[in-house]
Design a protein around this ligand. Structure first.
Ligand code: SAM
Length: 201
């Protein structure tokens, strides 16, 4: 069975319901203050693409070809690339902004994906993310651990129990406390590189 993330019409139907309950405002904030050139990692069916400010130069990638076909219909002018966050076909320092929404719960190797973002992002560039994360209450985090295998199977990759903010900081970014919103397990934040990059990457 394919998971929800790999059934574009079903993913979009569920996301439309989430968007009307207020998530579309989070999406608009995610892409509202971006600087060219922009990379969206894990764009899926392209729900963020029409929300970028006019004149934005966006390249968007996702490993799921069926999702990208929907993204193409939503945003015919965007350059779409079939690729994974862990191995991106772009030169170092190429992008001024990297955007990622609800993706690092699903990326198979988050540390490798975040290291790649650190490579393709200009040293003064900005990473902008929305993620749902591991619950801060230990009991609720253990429940997330318990449901994770079934959840990952049903969704097609999502891990509800990842501490993605900690992973972002381990990858050499500093999260801006002035630009961080936390509601339950949902997070929206921006981050910048603080550590010199490994020159061999
Ligand atoms: C929950 S969907 C989010 C889609 C879109 N960003 C949105 O906000 O609606 C997660 C997306 O991450 C993509 N994904 C999974 N593994 C990935 C990887 N290793 N690199 C990049 N994207 C990945 C999936 O194909 C899927 O489109």
């Amino acid at each position: 069975m394919r998971g929800i993330e790999h059934i574009p019409w079903l993913y979009d139907a569920l996301m439309s319901a989430m968007d009307v309950t207020g998530f579309s405002r989070w999406r608009r904030k995610l892409v509202g203050t971006v600087e060219n050139r922009i990379l969206e990692v894990g764009c899926g069916t392209g729900r963020n693409l029409p929300l970028y400010p006019p004149g934005s130069e966006v390249v968007a990638l996702d490993p799921d070809f069926a999702a990208l076909r929907r993204a193409r219909r939503r945003s015919p002018g965007t350059l779409l690339v079939v690729a994974r966050a862990e191995a991106m076909p772009f030169p170092a320092d190429h992008f001024q902004t990297v955007v990622s929404g609800l993706v690092f719960c699903s990326v198979q190797d988050p540390a490798a994906g975040l290291a790649e973002i650190g490579r393709v992002l200009h040293p003064e560039g900005q990473l902008r993310m929305i993620e749902h994360v591991r619950h801060s209450h230990p009991t609720l985090a253990r429940i997330q651990d318990g449901v994770q295998p079934m959840w990952t199977w049903v969704t097609g990759g999502c891990h509800p129990n990842r501490d993605t903010e900690a992973a972002v900081e381990r990858a050499g970014f500093r999260i801006d406390p002035e630009d961080r919103v936390a509601r339950g397990v949902m997070r929206r934040f921006s981050a910048r590189l603080v550590k010199p990059r490994d020159p061999t990457r």
